[in-house]
Design a protein around this ligand. Structure first.
Ligand code: PMP
Length: 441
């Protein structure tokens, strides 16, 4: 049963386990947007491997690509030595890059998690600029290694781990719902940019010339917070004017999830480097840094790792990239995302507990608040993580898996596979509506 397997897990695995605490089941099978537990109950999976499964579980094109590798007896492990499978993957990836970047791009395969690729990008920027300090943003999440934890906002895991990377500076992210800069949006973007420029010009700011600025265009773990396109353009302007490499973390936003292949394309900007993982390997571990060849100051061996040549992941990734493009899944994500947002805003009209509904494409969040608390001058109520957990549980009991995260664990997050259909999205909404009604009672 679920409980027996969970008990075994509890006994043998570390206390750092996270998802099983909130999503208490043992998975038997999975297909498309559905997973089935060992007791035969089926759930809609709006967590999708934390935003990994662009094509859902076990998509036939992904399975077929992996079967071909096995059937042809291709090597499964090649370090970073090349193969035909690998070069096909790289062809597909380069063909997916925005035109202005394709001819300037180089890639580094990393080892093979998002966190490792972020590490690589930071090291690349430090090597290329000869500088050490890093500009990062409150609420950002970039991984769990020492380096990536250093540039991530969440303090809880940091309190017990000293000696993180020094000289990292946290700037305010354009979190419109709780924006300290005017009204958020365009006005907030301009004020936020002016504040950052003033910091960088101020000899008293304590910030040395930075090796890089890094952010997500939509904060994922920080609570599904989209930065306005004006803000993204302003950050590109500021970094360009000052010769600061701009690194965009596309680990969660990349490969169509926000409604464009890469999320920076919404703003019409191109970073100096960006990082891909999650959906890139079509369910299997794979990550790369894509960067402007001007940054390529690396010596051989500057970033290495054993598992940079997983052929199965590359085959699955090639199939995924192809499918996303051929079936215009980015536009599909945008259309379904808009529908979900609208439906959630309709529910919000009846429940003041749904403080803010926001997102871009299929990265959607609802910030749960306590309307009996004291509102900010702009009307934001205090976050209510306990109610968010109850909503998550009510959803789970009704067969819908969603994630809770963000500040105070108060943001309910929807990250469904990009292949989710209209009808399936409606089912998600109808379950969520019932769950909110039950939890908010
Ligand atoms: N960056 C972002 C934006 C992420 O969402 C994540 C994972 N949630 C990471 C980096 C780290 O990736 P990984 O867990 O594969 O190390």
């Amino acid at each position: 049963s679920n409980q027996e397997l969970l008990n075994q897990q509890e006994k043998r695995e570390s206390n750092a386990r996270s998802y099983p605490r909130r999503i208490p089941l043992a998975i038997k099978e999975a297909e498309g947007i559905y997973i089935t537990d060992v007791e035969g109950r089926t759930y809609i999976d709006c967590l999708a491997g934390a935003g990994t499964l662009a094509l859902g579980h076990n998509h036939p094109v992904v399975i077929e690509a992996m079967e071909k590798v096995l059937h042809d007896r291709l090597p499964l492990h090649t370090l970073d030595i090349t193969t035909e499978v690998k070069e096909s993957f790289v062809d597909e990836l380069f063909a997916s890059l925005p035109e202005g970047f394709r001819d300037r791009a180089k890639i580094q395969f990393c080892g093979p998690t998002g966190g490792d690729a972020i590490e690589a990008a930071l090291k690349l920027a430090k090597t290329a600029t000869g500088r050490q300090s890093l500009l990062t943003f409150q609420g950002g999440y970039h991984g769990s290694t020492h380096g990536t934890m250093s540039i991530s906002g969440n303090l809880a895991p940091k309190r017990k781990v000293q000696g993180l990377v020094p000289d990292t500076h946290f700037l305010p992210y354009p979190y419109d719902y709780r924006c300290p800069f005017g009204k958020g949006g365009k006005e907030g973007a301009e004020l936020s940019a002016a504040y950052i420029e003033q910091l960088l010009d101020d000899p008293e700011s304590g910030i040395l010339p930075p090796a890089a600025m890094i952010f997500e265009t939509v904060q994922g773990e920080g609570g599904a917070i989209p930065a306005s396109l004006e803000w993204l353009k302003e950050m590109r302007r500021i970094t360009k004017e000052r010769g600061i490499p701009l690194i965009i973390d596309e680990v969660q936003t990349g490969i169509g999830r926000t409604g464009e292949m890469f999320s920076f394309e919404h703003a019409g900007i191109v970073p100096d480097a960006f990082v891909l993982s999650k959906a890139l390997g079509g369910s299997l571990p794979l990550s790369v840094v894509v960067y402007d060849r001007d940054l390529d100051a690396w010596e051989p061996g500057a970033h290495i790792g054993t598992f940079r040549g997983n052929q199965m992941a590359m085959a699955a990734g090639t199939a995924t990239l192809k499918y996303v493009k051929e079936h215009q899944l980015a536009s599909h994500a945008s259309a379904i995302g808009d529908k979900l947002l609208q439906a959630l805003k309709d529910i919000q009209k009846h429940y003041p507990e749904l403080g803010d509904v926001r997102g871009r494409g299929l990265m959607i969040g609802v910030e749960i608040v306590d309307p009996s608390g004291k509102a900010s001058p702009r009307g934001a109520y205090p976050a209510d993580g306990a109610l968010a957990s109850r909503i998550q549980k009510e959803c789970f009991d009704r067969g819908l898996i969603i994630e809770v995260g963000g500040r105070h664990g108060a943001v309910v997050r929807f990250l469904p596979p990009l292949i989710i259909s209209d009808e399936q999205a409606e089912e998600v909404i109808s379950i969520f509506r019932e769950a909110v009604a039950a939890a908010a009672r």
